[in-house]
Design a protein around this ligand. Sequence first.
Ligand code: HEM
Length: 398
Amino acid sequence: MTYNPLDPAVTANPYPHYARLRAEEPVKWLDMMQGFAVSRWDDVEEVLSDGKTFSSAQFWPALLGEYDPVPEVQPMISLDPPGHVRIRKLANKAFVPSRVGVMQDRIRSVTHELIDAIFAKHGAEGTFDFVWEFSGLFPVSVIAEVLGVDIARRVDFKTWVDDLLAAGNRAAYGPERLAEIERSSQAIRAYFEEVYDERAANPGPDLISGFIQAEVNGERLTRSEVLNMAILLLIGGVETTTNLLGITFAHLKTHPDIAQAIWADPGKIPALLEEMLRFDGPVQMLFRHTTCDTRLAGVAIPKGSLVLPLLGSANHDERKFDRSEELVLDRNPKEIMSFGQGPHFCLGSYLSRMEAKSALEILTARFERIEVIGDTVKWSDSYFARGPKTLPVRFKAR
Ligand code: HEM
């Protein structure tokens, strides 16, 4: 069988392809990726839980290359044990629900501000682009609040993040685009250096102050590590949450009964989000490299190989979930693979669930309806990040 994650037909709907992989070749060598795709739940779990055999060290260098704004240290997403453990403990210390939870009110006001702007621009009824005018702005505004940085700069943040993520495709770009990426890389570093110095002198309730102050067994994060952490949170926390909201509305269009159910009873929103994360999560693929010869599901994988755990496929594994290809509102999946597993389990899972829940609660309260226009969604071309590029919707305010 062939499976090409770069084929637009596959990025538009990878799930039938995953099903064939799981059935026919659960660990499959992909020529075009020069790596092994891993598609069953148990094997994905094995890869992500064993950071010694399946290393994350090449993740950041592969993504950013020479455009890394803080090249002198690796961020935790690209560290293996034991170095990862030290940073993760310090990050956990700052990124506690109590510090993030106090942001709840600000998250709610950011949501209201964005909705007010939509009503001010389009009136009480009409059309707007959900990605451009809501979901693309919401998480970057929230993370600006959480980091305690200037919300007026959110357009800059969005540009910096988009440019840094684009660095992953740097081989395909000409000098002009590369110069933009270089400018963004320098700008984001300069900006956070200023914020660091200001916060080190005047700590506040924000997360950057939290990172500066965090201490475990007399250890602290260095200045470069704090800069890196802030940049990692921007990169990790913006597009993923934007995509979760876009994905949700894209599927509500094809599941009108579920849309009706959550509009009638917003208490069902957390269940919807959990099942949505399983059914069609924003991160489809992760990247690891083997540090030794190993075997997975009977397949020999040589030392130094690229291994690609397919999170979206694990979430549809029929060995793990009944009716795995269906979106079932009250499924309440006990485990999902959408935030990864093991040592690198997403640091922002609590924040993103809180954000998405607040956004949906307020959207369902302030809109009588929001309905995607048209039958086809334009999905992002990325093979690892999933979400609609744009999402025109018809709406009516309450
Ligand atoms: C729905 C939204 C999100 C999804 C689906 C998601 C998904 C993931 C996944 C799959 C990983 C594991 C990466 C790996 O194992 O290589 C991860 C790690 C991480 N995520 Fe998220 N994420 C989301 C939101 C966020 C948010 C809002 C933040 C922060 C503001 C965040 C920060 C991080 C960080 C810092 C890591 C690295 C943790 C470590 O290396 O120990 N994420 N995320």
